[in-house]
Write a protein that binds this ligand. Sequence first.
Ligand code: ADP
Ligand code: MG
Length: 340
Amino acid sequence: MIEVEHLTKCYGDLKAVDDLSFRIEDGQVYGFLGPNGAGKSTTMNIMTGCLSATQGHVRIDGHDIFEEPNEAKRLIGYLPEQPPLYMSETPEEYLRFVGEAKGLRKEELDRQIQEVIEKIRIGDVRHRRISALSKGYRQRVGIAQALLGNPRVIILDEPTVGLDPLQIIEIRELIRQLGEAHTVILSSHILSEVQTICEKILIIAGGKLIAFDEPEKLEREMLSQGEILFTAEAAPEEVRQILSGVRGITSSEAEAGEDGYARARVKTDQKDIYGISRQLFFAFAAKNKALLEMSLKKANLEDIFIELTEGGAQEAAGAAQDGARPSGEADGAEKEADGE
Ligand code: ADP
Ligand code: MG
């Protein structure tokens, strides 16, 4: 189990991670979802003990990553955004090197290398130079090294970036399999990717946690927003009056068009958007007013994700400006960032 409490990372005035708190339970696949620059890699680097925090705590199974790094790191396997592969080595040589660094020796080292090679299916390239491997195979080698030492938690930073569609499918399948025996945390800026692989999604933007839930629940929440645009043979005041009798509308606007017909836009939080358009149709008909044109705009999950994360990013930009006023805390953060 991983506890992240009030984690903050400043680079000078920029808060790359801003008061993040969450808990990761054992045995599930988690997705860090957020646009580029959201703070995903920074968070993962701190969680894995590769980067210091400005404030806050990370505990892996109760072990503080800064105070008990050895105990904590033993529980984690990490594939960073840019895996440190040695191009002139073969996968097997590289895995031997990493395994030794993780403290594995002799038969145990041999056994684990054999095991991860089989599990990640890189047997056919084990003696080829890494420089000669495709990006998909290199990524597999990166995942294989994360698995050495059999850590409970596997953290993968954007594991499918730069892969072709077939390789993406293979890596996703591999991650799903890893999820059966490990807790997996992966980051991605692609909504559909985390939706298909992950059991829990953390949406991060501007260094802040914006949402944390199961994909289905997030989707339900996000999709319960839709819009209906229509043109009515009526004055804007009449439109407003008729709309006041329609249930399920969260907001509306109406104005007179140049042709004398009212243009209106209503928003609803009802899932059944056709139910609303049906109500509109009959409400106008009952007043003997014709609806000349009607179009439905169903909320698209990708659009909502962008809207959500842009909101967070703007907030963070505002916060960074606030933070520009003199403060001892910001100075300390800068020094620390220089030390990385
Ligand atoms: P993500 O992985 O979500 O794309 P990052 O964690 O890499 O985001 O970056 C978060 C923010 O922190 C970005 O604005 C990025 O430019 C900034 N950042 C990351 N690393 C550094 C660094 N070493 N020095 C200064 N700024 C950094
Ligand atoms: Mg990143």
